[in-house]
Design a protein around this ligand. Structure first.
Ligand code: ZN
Length: 297
């Protein structure tokens, strides 16, 4: 295992220094950093809301009178530190009130600790999910190293700049940053504000309604609705065409799922923007298809 890890680290360093654009006076680290920044996409949802994406990493920031609210925190501290700077520059302030984790998977809470002043909000099952995913650090490190290695190989065979290359590059970088966190034993900041069924937030100029969906993609999936912005966040519950991501099948608590669908239906007329946990913008039709699909399971 040591050999494999060492080989992987060598591979990464070899890759860093073999960049075709490497030139004197610009270090490989700088070059990598610039490349990462150039691949971070910032999408303005409205005046007070931005979506930051780096491949599958997606972090949304909402500027409220009570401070900035962040939905999901990305896979790592290294990348999320970059997103934080972008958010601060956008809103000209640096007080973060809350980070809401759409569910307990590591790629949504790895960057929680970048917002030490914020209250971290999550459904109570998040706590167990987070502990469970990290209970064997050696296994986590090994698995992350393997994933990085796989994306590095795919990267070598993809054409630089092409969509496939961008995907492999962002995936490799995301998992490499998560690997650094795991190697450095950086603890994940767990939600300190938890709830079983629902929670509402008064954010001054906005309010947020948060509902537990019931076990589905994870054991802690939630819906986050901002009526003032007509936005619904759906975590990893579904992708385009309403395709559900179901881990728990059949539903352990069918009634809760049905109630969650009714909760969405009630708000449907006031939902214009739907963002999933990986920054995919979904349509109201996607949401309707999902509602239809999910009650069948
Ligand atoms: Zn997930």
């Amino acid at each position: 295992m040591l050999c494999k890890t060492a080989a992987f680290i060598c591979l990464c360093f070899a890759w860093l220094f073999s960049s075709p654009c490497y030139s004197q006076g610009v270090t490989a680290d700088n070059k990598t950093s610039l490349k990462i920044d150039s691949l971070i996409e910032v999408q303005k949802i409205n005046k007070q809301c931005i979506l930051i994406k780096f491949g599958a990493d997606a972090v949304t920031a909402i500027n409220t009178n009570k401070g900035i609210v962040v939905v999901d925190a990305g896979i790592s501290t290294g990348l999320t530190a970059r997103y934080r700077k972008i958010i601060e520059n956008e809103f000209h302030k640096n007080n973060f009130a809350y980070v809401i984790n759409s569910h307990g998977h590591h790629d949504h809470n790895g960057g929680n600790s970048i917002f030490p002043e914020a209250g971290i909000i999550g459904q109570v099952n998040c706590l167990q999910e987070i502990s469970g995913e990290r209970k064997n650090p050696e296994k986590v490190i090994k698995s992350l190293a393997k994933t990085v290695e796989e994306y590095q190989l795919k990267l070598q065979s993809s054409e630089p700049g092409a969509e496939e290359w961008k995907y492999n590059y962002t995936q490799k970088t995301r998992y490499l940053n998560a690997y650094y966190d795991a190697k450095s034993l950086i603890p994940v900041k767990k939600p300190g504000i938890t709830f079983s069924d629902s929670i509402n937030l008064d954010l001054g100029n906005f309010s947020a309604e948060i509902l537990y969906f019931g076990k589905c993609h994870s054991s802690s999936d939630i819906l986050i609705y901002l009526p003032g912005m007509k936005i619904l966040f759906t975590g990893d519950l579904f992708t385009k065409y309403g395709r559900p991501n179901i881990t728990y099948n059949p539903a352990p608590d069918k009634n809760r799922r049905r109630q969650a669908v009714q909760w969405i239906e009630k708000r449907m007329a006031n939902i214009e923007t739907i963002i999933n946990g990986h920054g995919e913008m979904l349509s109201v039709d996607d949401l309707k298809y999902f509602n239809k699909n999910i009650v069948l399971n």
